[in-house]
Design a protein around this ligand. Structure first.
Ligand code: C2E
Ligand code: MG
Ligand code: MG
Length: 724
């Protein structure tokens, strides 16, 4: 029998070259088979004894092993070493099916790559790796087989060689794992995620299915990495990966795509209500404290959400949209999520312009302080004012601190603005009655600045304000890095004699341990915590009561923020909160107005507001379309809440009429007219809107552009389709 050398690659059989090995093999094969079959035929081959000796030598040198089967694929010969390696006795193996010794993956079976199939072909095969079946550890053999034919040319079984290639295969598998998985967290890496995104989107395009992509970025991770060291950072990332996996539990694909960046792919997710719930859950889970190498640390997370096909039909577009939403979420103050919308593109540009303008704002005298009263809850008398910064932009008019303070923080301009605010507030407060305090917000960036105590001292000195009348409002984010500097800062501020208030309690991690460790004089309970605390099922009421009790015991004041309606006021008063701040008493006012109220030396405010707290209404001006019957009319939304809208337009429909409000971007809200007057109608939505994570509202679902395209026309037709 003649074989070509390359078909019989025995180069692994060190010491024997391929030519030697071939002839050796051929000789051994033939003679050994014959001796086994007890055939007495004379051959040109070496005798059985010699063959056996050579086989033994070859096998014991671990160069490989021989195998031989009969025509039905049953083993005739297998080396003792091999039998041992697969944990079987040689007598068990001889006579059994050779193919059964190896595993057949589904894939192999489908593609006719199983050994069983190959053996049926009666053709040569070389160096095909197979995994041993029924053994605990992975053992891989490379098999080479040569069919044997008898004198009549009838197939007579196989003779072959096997080599242990476990090490090589495992190394290859590891290499491929490393190429596709993140070695630190075990999650898919960017390359694998990008493949999955690619295949999902192209399949879904055919099937007209939707899918969501979440881009997650950790807030303040860099800080932990820099201060606690890289091993700590690594542990933290592993914890983050665990939390994400637990949260998503099979609902989507999670990947780590960069240092502290993660991606989640959610096939068939397009309900923005469910997505916002999930994003909220992710943010709150990742924001829980971590214990890393004995120290406690807290990070945050921001999430950008893009949904295909709406926000991109190919991976690049969808990723760009998700990235942009993430950027928006971070820009809006971090710890938030944001859906993609065209508005974001504008917002990104806007932000750049604002950032430039903010640098000149102080010089242009565009920054002001307004003062909002805090009243004693027992007497309704004003005991303090919170200084709230206002920016009167020369072109845009008033810009909310919710927008410009985060920009100021990112650009460090907050140091300059903050210093100005402290000085200004001290000067203004000097003109108020002697016991009335002023509270100034201090950004964590200012708090981390070692010159803050000096700045405060200077402001007190130059204005002459008694330190006890100045209160600094600090948010709990200053505890995120509980360092020696934090403690030192608290101590130096307390040495100056100023008061410290913990602001926005209830919005973040709300750990009561802050209260024990830091010298606060007041806790300000955030309006989001207060809101709805009197509604059945809310546990916030009980928590507020507990905070008040604790604060009383620690001799701290408590302030409830954002009280607007009488029902809330009564409830908050019943919880014994010591001070109240909110529109029900007064909005923030300018200094002249403050001075005007102190004619008699004190200012008692009569609370004034709605009887009941309602859904936050947003005063807006938004162009929409109203769909009713065959008409599709332009209109303007003046007022929007989750449950309804005030719409102004040419058409005014009678009460109880059903219509559809097209809010743009495929957002269609089915609504019923509840009130009408002149050219305005108040409508109630059938399904409540939800927060878009960006301060606005959106519908839970959108009409797919596929549907819109299918309807042929961009607007009204598709809408009819969607409602029917
Ligand atoms: P904050 O310190 O929690 O201030 C309270 C916010 O709640 C103020 O918003 C106030 O106008 C608003 N508010 C008070 N009562 C009610 C109410 O009954 N209903 C509603 N809906 N809102 C109420 P504002 O002035 O827009 O300030 C927002 C945030 O901007 C402040 O939250 C504070 O974190 C920051 N900020 C304002 N001024 C400064 C400043 O001078 N320095 C720094 N670092 N941050 C500032
Ligand atoms: Mg405040
Ligand atoms: Mg607050």
């Amino acid at each position: 029998m003649k074989h070509k050398h390359n078909q019989f690659d025995m180069s692994q059989a060190k010491g024997l070259d391929a030519g030697q090995a071939e002839s050796l093999f051929s000789r051994i094969g033939q003679s050994f088979r014959k001796s086994h079959q007890n055939e007495q035929r004379e051959t040109q081959a070496i005798d059985a004894e010699e063959a056996k000796r050579l086989v033994d030598c070859f096998e014991t040198a671990n160069l490989g092993w021989f195998w031989s089967t009969d025509r039905s694929g049953r083993l005739i010969y297998i080396s003792a070493n091999t039998a041992k390696a697969v944990g079987k006795d040689i007598s068990e193996l001889v006579g059994s099916s050779f193919a059964d010794l190896f595993e057949t993956s589904e894939n192999d079976a489908e593609q006719n790559r199983s050994l069983r199939f190959i053996l049926t072909k009666h053709r040569k095969f070389a160096d095909i790796p197979f995994k041993t079946a029924d053994v605990e550890e992975d053992i891989w053999w490379d098999l080479t087989g040569i069919p044997q034919f008898d004198r009549d040319g009838e197939f007579d079984g196989f003779v072959g060689i096997g080599k242990d290639v476990t090490e090589r295969i495992c190394a290859k598998q590891e290499e491929s794992r490393l190429a596709h998985y993140d070695s630190l967290t075990g999650l898919s890496n960017r390359a694998l995620m990008s493949k999955k995104l690619d295949s999902t989107l192209s399949a879904f395009k055919q099937q007209k299915r939707a899918c969501a992509l979440l881009q997650i970025d950790l807030d303040r991770f860099k800080l932990i990495n820099d201060t606690l060291g890289h091993p700590a950072g690594d542990t933290l990332l592993k914890n983050v990966a665990d939390r994400l996996m637990r949260l998503l539990s099979g609902r989507g694909e999670v990947a780590r795509v960069g240092g502290d960046e993660f991606q989640v792919l959610l096939p068939d997710w397009d309900d923005r209500g469910e997505l916002s719930d999930l994003a909220d859950a992710i943010i709150s889970s990742l924001s829980q404290p971590y214990t890393v190498e004995g120290s406690r640390c807290v990070i945050g997370a921001s999430v950008g959400i893009a949904i295909s096909p709406f926000d991109g039909r190919v991976p690049e577009d969808l990723i760009r949209s998700a990235d942009m939403s993430l950027y928006a979420a971070k820009g809006a103050g971090r710890g938030r999520f944001s859906f993609f919308s065209e508005k974001l593109l504008e917002a990104v540009n806007e932000r750049k312009i604002l950032e430039d303008d903010l640098r000149d704002a102080l010089n242009r005298n565009e920054i002001e302080l307004h003062y909002q009263p805090l009243v004693k809850s027992k007497t309704d008398k004003v005991s303090c004012f919170e200084a709230l910064m206002r920016w009167n932009h020369h072109e845009r008019g008033s810009i909310s601190p919710g927008i410009f303070v985060p920009i100021a923080e990112e650009t460090k301009l907050v140091l300059e603005l903050g210093t100005w605010a402290i000085q200004r507030a001290c000067q203004d407060a000097m003109l108020w009655p002697g016991k009335v305090r002023v509270a100034v917000n201090v950004s964590p960036i200012q708090f981390a600045d070692p010159s803050l105590p000096k700045i405060v001292e200077q402001a007190l000195k130059s204005s002459g304000l008694h330190p006890d009348r100045l209160e600094l409002e600090i948010t709990e984010s200053v505890f995120l890095e509980e360092t020696a500097e934090t403690e030192e800062m608290f101590a130096s501020l307390k040495r100056l004699g100023v008061r410290l208030a913990l602001d926005d309690f209830g919005t973040g991690y709300s750990s009561l341990s802050y209260l024990q460790n830091a010298p606060f004089d007041k806790i300000k309970i955030d309006q989001s915590f207060v809101r709805g605390s009197n509604k059945p099922g809310s546990r916030n009421g009980a928590i507020i009561a507990a905070i008040v009790a604790l604060a009383d015991a620690l001799k701290m004041d408590t302030t409830a923020e954002g009280i607007e309606a009488h029902d809330e006021l009564a409830w908050i008063k019943s919880l014994n909160v010591s001070q109240i701040q909110g529109y029900i008493y007064s909005k923030p006012i300018v200094q002249e107005e403050v001075l005007g109220h102190f004619g008699s030396g004190e200012w008692k405010i009569e609370p004034e507001g709605p009887a009941l707290q309602r859904d936050d209404r947003m005063s807006i001006f938004r162009k929409v379309r109203i769909i009713f019957g065959d008409s599709y009319e332009a209109a303007v939304v003046r007022n929007l809440s989750k449950s309804g809208a005030l719409i102004e337009g040419l058409i005014c429909l009678p009460e109880r009429t059903k219509l559809v409000v097209d809010l743009g971007d495929g957002q269609l809200a089915v609504a019923t007219v509840r009130r009408t007057n002149d050219n305005q109608m108040g409508v109630e939505f059938e399904q409540r809107l939800i927060n878009d994570g960006f301060g606005g509202l959106c519908t839970r679902r959108r009409v797919s552009p596929y549907l819109i395209a299918a309807a042929g026309l961009p607007d009204a037709k598709s809408v009819q389709l969607a409602i029917s």
